[in-house]
Design a protein around this ligand. Structure first.
Ligand SMILES: [Fe+2]
Length: 309
C-alpha cells in the first residue's frame, strides 16, 4: 500500500439550527451512530464502516454551515512537516492540543484556507469503540439503518481564491487535482476536485464571492440500489429533496442530494471511478458544465448551483 502523506477527509463539524432534529436526521435517516456528546453540547457521530472515534460533529448555532473540515495524515512526523510547509506557504494556522474540543483526536493544525474555510490536519485518532470487525470480520458489527451510509466521503466548498487554495492543497498537503470545470473565459478554474487517495475526490472547491460556504457534505453508499433506497426514505420522511437520483459526469458518481432540517445540503453517493496519480487531469469546458453536473438531464438547476450554507 503506498497511500502516504495525507490519507483522507475524516472529520467535519456542521452548524445546525435545531440539534435534536439534526440528530434524528443524521442518525435515523442517514444511518450514522451517536458516539457521545461534549460538555458544550455538541453531538459526535460516526458511520458504521469507520474506525476513527468520530467523523461528524453537530453544533447548535444560529446559522447553518460548516465550522471545519479535517484531513487525516499518516503520522505525527508528517504533520510536523506540514506545519513547516504551511508556514512557508504563508497561510495562517493555529495549533490545537490533543483531546480538546474533538475528544479522541490528537493535536491538530487548524489552517485558514484562502477560501475562508478552516482545514484541520491531524494524524492521531483513538479507535472507535464501535469499529468494524478485524478478526474473522462480518460485513457489519451493528446492522445498518436508515440510508446505511458507509462513511463520510467528501465536501464541496464555495469561496474566493480557490486557485490559491488548490495550490496549497496540491503543493503542500499533497492532494491530486482530478477534474476541473473551466470558467467562461476558458482559462480560470471555476471548480476543482481534489483527492488524497484513489477516490475521485475528498474536497472540491468552487469559486464564489462569499467566503467559507458549504455546498454539501457527501457520504458513501454501496451501490445505485442504495441510492434508490435513500430516495424512498427521502420521500417517506418528507426530507427536502434537492436533485436526483442521478449521475454526475464529473467523478461519474451516482447520487442524490437533499437538505438536513437546518438547510445544509447532504449527498449520498455511490460508484465513481478510482483515481491514480498517473492519470491526466479531466477538464470540462464551461458550456459542458450541465452534463458535468447533471449527466442525464444536462441542464443546470439554479437551486443546486446557488443555495449554500
Ligand atoms: Fe459530492
Amino acid at each position: 500500500m503506498t497511500i502516504r502523506g495525507t490519507l483522507r477527509a475524516g472529520l467535519v463539524q456542521i452548524r445546525v439550527l435545531d440539534l435534536e432534529k439534526a440528530v434524528i436526521h443524521y442518525t435515523e435517516r442517514l444511518g450514522l451512530d451517536e458516539v457521545c456528546r461534549t460538555s458544550d453540547g455538541r453531538v459526535l457521530l460516526k458511520a458504521y464502516d469507520e474506525f476513527d472515534h468520530h467523523s461528524i460533529v453537530l453544533r447548535q448555532a444560529h446559522e447553518a454551515g460548516m465550522d471545519l473540515i479535517g484531513l487525516k495524515v499518516e503520522n505525527d512526523a508528517f504533520l510536523t512537516e506540514l506545519e513547516q510547509k504551511t508556514k512557508e506557504f504563508g497561510l495562517k494556522y493555529e495549533s490545537i492540543p490533543a483531546n480538546s474540543d474533538q475528544p479522541g483526536f490528537g493535536r491538530r493544525l487548524a489552517v485558514s484556507l484562502p477560501t475562508g474555510h478552516r482545514l484541520d490536519l491531524y494524524a492521531e485518532v483513538a479507535i472507535a469503540e464501535d469499529h468494524p470487525g478485524v478478526k474473522n470480520p462480518d460485513i457489519w458489527q451493528k446492522e445498518p439503518h436508515g440510508m446505511g451510509v458507509l462513511n463520510f466521503d467528501h465536501a464541496l466548498l464555495y469561496g474566493p481564491n480557490t486557485k490559491l487554495a488548490a495550490q496549497y492543497l496540491t503543493e503542500v498537503v499533497g492532494m491530486s487535482k482530478v477534474e476541473v470545470v473551466k470558467g467562461p473565459d476558458g482559462e480560470s478554474d471555476l471548480a476543482t476536485w481534489l483527492t488524497c487517495n484513489n477516490k475521485a475526490h475528498d474536497i472540491a472547491l468552487l469559486e464564489h464571492e462569499q467566503p467559507g460556504k458549504l455546498h454539501h457534505i457527501g457520504f458513501k453508499l454501496e451501490s445505485w440500489t442504495e441510492i434508490g433506497h435513500a430516495a424512498d426514505l427521502i420521500s417517506i420522511h418528507d426530507i427536502a429533496l434537492d436533485a436526483g437520483p442521478m449521475r454526475h459526469g464529473v467523478t461519474r458518481g451516482q447520487t442524490i442530494y437533499f437538505f438536513d432540517p437546518s438547510g445544509n445540503r447532504n449527498e449520498v453517493y455511490a460508484g465513481g471511478y478510482a483515481h491514480f496519480p498517473d492519470m491526466p487531469l479531466r477538464v470540462w469546458d464551461f458550456d459542458h458544465v450541465g452534463k458535468g453536473v447533471f449527466y442525464y438531464t444536462r441542464a443546470l438547476n439554479e437551486r443546486f448551483l446557488n443555495v449554500v450554507t
